[in-house]
Design a protein around this ligand. Structure first.
Ligand code: ARG
Length: 402
């Protein structure tokens, strides 16, 4: 086909990306396929995955540890943005894609590749995210998408792979499609495709069943600086350790399961189960701290920014100009989001117990009902006279009509 000579493939070790290796070489005549797998804290052994790519025909196999930048540059901005797609999904899968794409493009430059490739199918969001990110970072680079074009069913894909030494999936009985990284787990397909069917307990791995969570609650204190979580229970931790600790705590108490019908970029509705314990805990705490640190108008305006930010991350626009512009707003607003939030985790619930901040706008002498009250009660009269003016005029006018 003469499409490309040397290609860097985003490689996960799964069936589709594995079959991409022989397919690119034998069906599309690519001379050299270089596999690249990203470590995003998914907990998989990456050395076997690296070797697997070589065994099935990759000329080179690269593993990159991206856990730290993933949490610091993708996870933490999402916390600062309280980013929840359609009000619920904290974007654990979506956030990983621009980072993988960035490294993919860098490797392509380093090895002087003339194309990159990924194994996404044509129905999902991830193909959109990869293609959009690569297009923004390297508009000249060709993107090859075998799985979008080969038209094979899953069985045919497995059979094709077997001809070239791609081992068939060990757990062929698992009907689920799972995406996993340190920020969360996404599970779809199989019995979950019936939106009325309750998810079997077996789909969960990060968050325990709330009914089986410990009877005694845990209290946790999260410290923030400029909107970034920096400590748990007064212990200062690096970003990766914060997420690990938060995942562990919330997961143990059954907090962080989501079952939702979401609207994909390609227009269809899909049913996905998420487990994002740490991320949800940290967003909950962050929202609470903002409530005391941001003025009412900034907080109100920020809600719109947050939902635009979540939408564009979901839709693959990470490297676009709107994202940059919204980040400017977020950076400014987060400067005085500093302080501590105390929460309780218990049997699937997360309850805020308290919050404090040196930048707090909460003024006790204004808020109190006690003797120290300094609020000028009489000033309210003039305020209400002016504030109510438009409605009084309107009511008078209505009365004349009837
Ligand atoms: N729906 C989620 C998203 O678009 C997750 C996609 C991957 N899910 C999966 N189970 N493989 O971000």
């Amino acid at each position: 086909m003469g499409r490309a000579r040397r290609v860097v493939l985003a490689y996960s070790g799964g069936v589709d990306t594995s079959v991409c290796i022989p397919y690119l070489r034998h069906a599309w005549g690519v001379e050299e396929v270089i596999a690249f797998a990203a470590d995003l804290g998914q907990g998989d052994e990456l050395e076997p995955i690296r070797r697997k790519a070589l065994a099935i025909g990759a000329s080179q196999s690269i593993v990159a540890d991206l856990v730290e930048p993933f949490i610091r540059d993708y996870g933490f901005p999402a916390i600062r943005a309280n980013a929840l797609y359609e009000g619920r999904y904290p974007l654990s899968t979506a956030l990983a894609r621009p980072l993988i794409a960035r490294r993919l493009v860098e490797i392509a430059r380093e090895v002087d590749a003339d194309a990159v490739a990924h194994g996404c199918t044509g129905k999902g969001n991830d193909q959109v995210r990869f293609d959009m990110a690569i297009g923004a970072l390297a508009p000249d680079l060709k993107v090859l998408t075998p799985a979008r074009e080969w038209g094979m069913s899953r069985e045919q894909t497995i059979a094709y792979g077997e001809r070239f030494g791609v081992p068939s999936p060990v757990s062929r009985q698992s009907p689920y499609s799972i995406d996993l990284n340190l920020l969360g787990r996404s599970i779809e397909a199989g019995p979950l495709e019936d939106p009325m069917a309750e998810p079997p307990e077996a789909v969960f791995a990060m968050v325990c069943n709330p009914a089986e969570a410990p009877d005694s609650p845990s209290t946790v204190e999260i410290g923030f600086e400029q909107g970034n979580p920096v400590s748990i229970d007064t212990e200062r931790l690096d970003p990766v350790s914060i997420i690990r600790r938060a995942n562990d705590l919330a997961g143990r108490h059954g907090f962080g399961r989501i079952d939702m019908i979401e609207n994909r970029v390609v227009g269809i509705k899909s049913r996905e189960i998420y487990e994002t314990p740490g991320l949800l805990l940290l967003i909950r705490a962050h929202q609470e701290l903002e409530a005391i640190c941001l003025t009412a108008d900034v907080a109100r305006y920020k809600r719109g920014i947050e939902s635009s930010w979540a939408d564009l991350v979901y839709q693959g626009l990470w490297f676009g100009p709107l994202k940059q512009a919204l980040d400017g707003f977020l950076d400014t607003t987060q400067r005085n989001v500093n302080g501590t939030v105390r929460l309780r985790l218990h049997k699937g619930h997360c309850t805020v117990l308290g919050r404090c901040s040196d930048d707090s706008l909460y003024d006790p002498v204004m808020a109190t009902y006690g003797a120290e009250d300094q609020f000028d009660h009489r000033a309210a009269e003039g305020f209400i006279y002016v504030w109510g003016m438009p409605n009084r005029l309107w009511s008078q006018q209505q009365a004349r009509h009837t």
